[in-house]
Design a protein around this ligand. Sequence first.
Ligand SMILES: C[S@@+](CC[C@H](N)C(=O)[O-])C[C@H]1O[C@@H](n2cnc3c(N)ncnc32)[C@H](O)[C@@H]1O
Length: 347
Amino acid sequence: MAVLSQQDNVKNTNGILPSKQMMQMITASWVSQSIYAAAKLGIADFLKDGPQTTEQLANAVGADAPSLYRLMRALASVGIFTEVREGCFGSTPLGECLQTDAPQSLRAMATMCGEEHYQAWGNIVHSIKTSECAFQDLYKTSFFKYLKQNTEAEQIFCEAMTNYATQAHISVAAAYDFSGINKIVDVAGGHGTLISSILKANPAMSGILFDIPEVIEGSKQSIKAAGLENRCELVAGDFFKSVPSGGDAYILSTVIHDWNDENSIAILKNCHEAMVENGKLLIVEMVIPSNNEPFFGKILDLTMLAIHGGLERTKAQYQDLFAAAGFKLTNVFPTKSPLSVIEGVRM
Ligand SMILES: C[S@@+](CC[C@H](N)C(=O)[O-])C[C@H]1O[C@@H](n2cnc3c(N)ncnc32)[C@H](O)[C@@H]1O
């Protein structure tokens, strides 16, 4: 390829030619969409008991064998599967992450990112030019309204969030001192992995898991499986109307980043109104550092723009948001994950 010119002799600090590194970055979505295809077809599940020929796999997942071979060969070239003999593929530790029941499985995440998220990312220029949500522009509805009308997409979204968040939620429960809090309300808590981690780590506490009706329905099983039915009440509703009252802490984990400032302030004001006099607000998000360092939140920020019209924020932006909703930001507690707990009290 004739892309190399005067840069031929210039290498990055990692020893790679800039043009080569740039080409890898440009084509990274080819790899992620190949991972999506394998996740959607459930290939990793069929390799759990040992290697399979392409024909066996094609029969199992309903695919064209020669095309499936090309997918498997491409994914083996980046370490996701391995060709153990010609036309016969086995799994690898990377490939095992795509098994449906692997601990913290990423199958649902790969499926979600490869479908509507990918389409919306294709419209990212619209967002950059206008500040508008690329998903809304493309689908003529918001992401959460779309999920309400598409049961399969809604299930994949909840599964992706639950699986991805489990470790992060354990790290949140470990990083923040919840002593002194009797009743916590997990606002838009999804299937309840965070409130489960918190209640398990703090046996004297009780809580309320709050989300939209469809999600609360799906959370019944996980709260029961965690043995928390007696300490965790399930309440369905819309946080733009109200949130359950009487909690002495309101926790919102990866919720506020879905929304622009106007909507975020409306949600936080409802928490302000619902909490006890000296209640605490706990926002769990990635706080964007003010430097050039790589930080996952900086890329996630663009996904928030494209999918929800939301954003990841700096500490100063959280301070302003809190103040606009009647809170004072009191502390930021880092966790072992990229998430921090941003604590506020009523002003
Ligand atoms: C990104 S998920 C975060 C879920 C969970 N807190 C976690 O950390 O995994 C955002 C959540 O907001 C919920 N949600 C969206 N709109 C809502 C509304 N109007 N009222 C209540 N919950 C809502 C969604 O159902 C979803 O569970």
